[in-house]
Design a protein around this ligand. Structure first.
Ligand SMILES: *[C@@H]1O[C@H](CO)[C@@H](O)[C@H](O)[C@H]1NC(C)=O
Ligand SMILES: *[C@@H]1O[C@H](CO)[C@@H](O)[C@H](O)[C@H]1NC(C)=O
Length: 496
């Protein structure tokens, strides 16, 4: 009896549900993939014009089929951006590197968490000898170290020699040493070639040799972006040296293909092309990247695997990573239980579109409950990014206290100041003015108040307004330099 009532109830509910569905006006054509994709194309083009993107491409693989591959806008000043257009990947590179290392681990040439990196690479050192003796590949690849500069890949990518960068990317050097070839070659041999990723490679100089490459752009303000006024970024930046963290390029089609193989645990067309255990270790949580997410659409915290952020979206697992280099922004997201891959490339670096639009795509394609207008959010966030970038370019300073001269002669501030993570800041007196050099950034100091000076640190297209403050030691001599760079307070000691 109870059973019959239950069956009846279920039948009634189902019937009722279908009535509701049929009665609902079909604003978004959910359930009809062809119609969803047609509308998506229109949505994305509109969103592009509102989110500071001159050109972009999107590729979607659903249930093993490439269901969407579109280009939008322009890849340079005249040619269309296509799904084949090659564009820089930024940190989306990390998953390729981690996977190449995973292949070496699978071959038994190295291990994740038993042998210290120091054993593979005796030159490996950190400022803490105990740490040096213990750090493993997994620690380095999952950001499980106390290096202050992990989020500064981009900053350090300008003008440093690879030798200096070794301090920060020892895992890569260790892997290269074990493999007996440069890391680019390891990634090419272990990942790109076996998977047939023929539109994927390394470095900006190599990218721009290809006829169908995206040129990098940036908008100065949101109004400029909406009006389609973009500044072309130069292609002659000093070549970045952090190859393993952010120097690869790819096309939307290749990126989606790569995502599909990762999502399928290393399988491609029914063949195991990458180590299943290797892929699994890159997709296993090792650290907490964002401890407090409070948007109920997502997991309570975002975990970091190796090259992937691990999250969940409305009950679907998500493996995702974004990437940014000057003039390019990229996102790759895998939704394994929905059997869905979304690859997104753009040639603008101050836009919120790639990640937000990915969630719009997922909502539409899977017919998920709508909780926010992702494309409006992308436009709002982009407006904020551009405003924040303008502030960063100018700098934000405390209120100036007038008529408070410096405590020392200008020449007393000149010298070299050392910081274990940021390296050496050089202050030079030239033509009656103090000049600063930090990595590849340069600027001229203007006195502000007491021992503080303002400057704009500039490198190619990047400009950071800074307040530089000097301190005096017990002996009355200038002893330290301090500034806040990208949110980190840095103090360097003056070399005596
Ligand atoms: C799905 O949408 C397409 C394009 O709008 C339309 O031609 C087709 O008839 C629709 N299919 C169904 C089953 O409604
Ligand atoms: C940055 O400085 C310029 C020139 O001093 C000024 O015109 C502009 O409004 C400033 N922008 C911001 C966001 O403070």
């Amino acid at each position: 009896m109870v059973r019959r009532i239950l069956i009846l109830t279920v039948a009634l509910v189902l019937q009722y549900a279908s009535v509701i569905q049929a009665a609902e006006p079909d604003a978004s054509p959910r359930g009809n993939t062809t119609a969803v994709l047609t509308k998506l194309k229109v949505d994305l083009e509109l969103a592009r014009t509102q989110t500071a993107v001159p050109g972009m491409s999107v590729a979607i693989i659903h249930k093993g089929k490439l269901i969407f591959a579109e280009g939008f806008g322009k890849r340079n000043k005249k040619d269309p951006f296509t799904p084949e257009t090659r564009s820089m990947l930024g940190s989306v590179t990390k998953a390729f590197t981690a996977t190449a290392v995973a292949e070496l681990v699978a071959e038994g040439k190295m291990d994740w968490d038993t042998t210290p990196v120091n054993t593979y690479l005796p030159e490996f050192e950190t400022i803490n000898p105990v740490l040096t003796a213990q750090l493993t590949m997994q620690d380095l690849l999952s950001h499980r170290t106390n290096f202050p500069s992990v989020d500064f890949n981009w900053f350090w990518s300008f003008g440093e020699s690879r030798l200096d960068l070794i301090k920060r990317y020892r895992h890569v050097e260790a892997a290269a040493k074990v493999a007996g070839e440069p890391i680019e070659q390891v990634v090419r041999n272990k990942v790109l070639r076996p998977l047939g990723l023929t539109n994927t490679g390394f470095s900006l100089p190599e990218l721009i040799k290809h006829p169908n490459h995206a040129a990098p752009f940036r908008a100065e303000t949101y109004a400029d972006a909406k009006a389609g006024r973009f500044t072309s970024l130069p292609l002659d930046d000093p070549p970045p040296n952090d190859v393993a963290a952010g120097d690869m390029y790819s096309s939307a089609l290749d990126l989606a293909k790569w995502g599909q193989v990762v999502m399928k645990g290393g399988m491609q067309n029914g063949k195991q092309v990458l180590s299943k255990d290797g892929i699994e270790s890159t997709l296993t949580a090792h650290t907490i990247a964002y401890p407090a997410e409070r948007d109920p659409d997502f997991a309570l915290s975002v975990q970091y695997g190796m090259g992937w952020m691990l999250n969940s979206y409305k009950g679907n697992n998500v493996f995702e990573h974004g990437g940014r280099t000057p003039g390019y922004l990229t996102n790759l997201a895998l939704f394994p239980n929905a059997d869905l891959v979304v690859a997104f490339l753009t040639n603008s670096d101050l836009t919120a579109l790639p990640q937000s639009a990915t969630y719009h795509i997922v909502d539409e394609l899977l017919g998920l409950r709508k909780t926010k207008d992702w494309l409006k959010k992308a436009a709002d966030d982009t407006e904020q990014y551009l405003a924040r970038d303008a502030m960063r370019r100018n700098g934000t300073f405390p209120e100036r206290i007038l008529n408070k001269p410096a405590t020392h002669e200008l020449s007393a501030y000149a010298g070299e100041y050392d910081h274990p993570g940021f390296g050496t800041t050089t202050i030079r007196l030239e033509g009656g003015k103090l000049h600063i050099t930090l990595a590849a950034f340069k600027g001229v100091l203007a006195h502000y108040h007491y021992d503080s000076f303002t400057t704009a640190l500039e490198m190619s297209t990047v400009r950071m307004g800074q307040l530089i403050t000097f301190s005096t030691g017990t002996d009355g001599k200038v002893s330290e330099i301090s500034f806040t760079i990208m949110g980190t307070f840095v103090t360097g000691k003056k070399r005596q």
